[in-house]
Design a protein around this ligand. Structure first.
Ligand SMILES: *Cc1c(COP(=O)(O)O)cnc(C)c1O
Length: 344
């Protein structure tokens, strides 16, 4: 077996959901877009539904169809991109709730699926998705009369608790929605941690469920084990990999390991990360190539059969920091080549 192995701990996932749920007095949904942040929307949604999640969020209708297939009828599945041209059949067939983002989407929904539930997404300042205040003022009486399932908006800076944008968006969201009877939702993971004024009737965390920042208390959900293909001895001065970027300063043993940037170990990671043989760190040396990385295992008593790159010792956020990105991107770029296992 020469493919790297991704192990997803569904108990840790469920426990992260419970921990976030316990931080609020309101209902907690789950965001499972992008194939459950790269971990498999089917198993992830199933585990969360078993844990008691009754509301799921996805980015596009196609993702919603896959989640519905996994969890069956009952729980709500909301679609952030709303009702796009050509979505009506999918929305109806899989009982998906579009979050209406624009007046044209509302018209399209009323024409294609007049009796089908919908939610409303408002732009409270992020300028990415959602109805602008003026459009919402026009639409609100009509939409409100039809009992939207949820009225939501999204925070731009929730991972920075002291950022003034949080209070500004909270104020705007209140101004746009005060007096409405529909349940309201503003908080993703970051907003859930900002405190009760951000919770309204529903929180909708994503990354925190999967073990990523800004939920510092998250349990790690993903373990990545990499098989060692070869181990070789180097003399002082010999170099490793493309560009000769690493040279041995002592007689060294170098393990070549089966995973690379095509598996989400971004080339930009460069040095500065470790793999682990048990608790013993072994530094990644030389450049990360498409299918392979090279690791200094000189300090191990024996050649390892596999090395762990992601686990409790080194988190998705540690890898992200080394790559100059965020944990979200590390998770969602774990490609198709891994063999995947789920621990229940
Ligand atoms: C992705 C997303 C979420 C979840 O955000 P996390 O930071 O992963 O918790 C919530 N709401 C919207 C609109 C999103 O796009």
């Amino acid at each position: 077996m020469s493919t790297a192995r991704l192990t997803i701990n569904l108990q840790a996932l469920a426990s992260n959901w419970r921990a976030l749920d316990a931080k609020t007095d309101v209902e907690t949904a789950a965001v499972v877009k992008a194939d459950g942040y790269g971990l498999g929307a089917g198993p992830v949604s199933n585990a969360l539904a078993e844990e008691g999640v009754r509301k799921f969020f996805v980015a596009v209708a196609e993702e919603g169809a896959a989640v519905r297939q996994a969890i069956g009828p009952g729980p709500q599945i909301c679609v952030f991109s709303g009702h796009m041209e050509g979505d009506a059949d999918l929305l109806r067939a899989h009982d998906l709730i579009p979050l209406i983002n624009a007046p044209q989407q509302f018209q399209r929904h009323m024409q294609a699926l007049p009796d089908h539930p919908f939610g409303i997404q408002l732009d409270s300042g992020m300028n990415r998705l959602g109805l602008e205040p003026a459009d919402w003022t026009d639409l609100r009486p009509k939409a409100e009369a039809l009992n939207p399932v949820v009225v939501m908006s999204h925070l731009a800076c929730a991972d920075e608790p002291d950022h003034p944008m949080n209070q500004q968006q909270l104020k705007t969201f209140r101004e746009m929605t005060d007096g409405i009877t529909a349940p309201r939702s503003l908080a993703a993971t970051g907003g859930t941690l900002l405190g009760p004024e951000f919770h309204f009737e529903l929180c909708r965390p994503g990354i925190g469920l999967y073990g990523g920042m800004p939920f510092a208390g998250a349990r790690p959900v993903v373990t990545v084990d990499l098989p060692v293909i070869q181990v070789r001895a180097l003399e002082v001065g010999e170099t490793v990999g493309y560009g000769n970027s690493w040279a041995a300063r002592r007689p060294s043993r170098i393990a070549t390991v089966a995973a690379g940037y095509a598996d989400g170990l971004h080339r930009a990671i460069g040095g500065g990360i470790d793999t682990f043989a048990g608790d013993q760190p072994c530094p990644v040396v030389g450049r990360i190539s498409m299918d392979l990385i090279t690791v200094d295992v000189t300090d191990l008593p024996e050649d390892p059969e596999r090395l762990r790159i992601l686990n409790g010792h080194q988190t998705v956020d540690d890898l992200a920091e080394a790559a100059g990105t965020i944990g979200y991107e590390i998770l969602t770029s774990m490609g198709r080549r891994y063999s995947r296992g789920y621990v229940e």
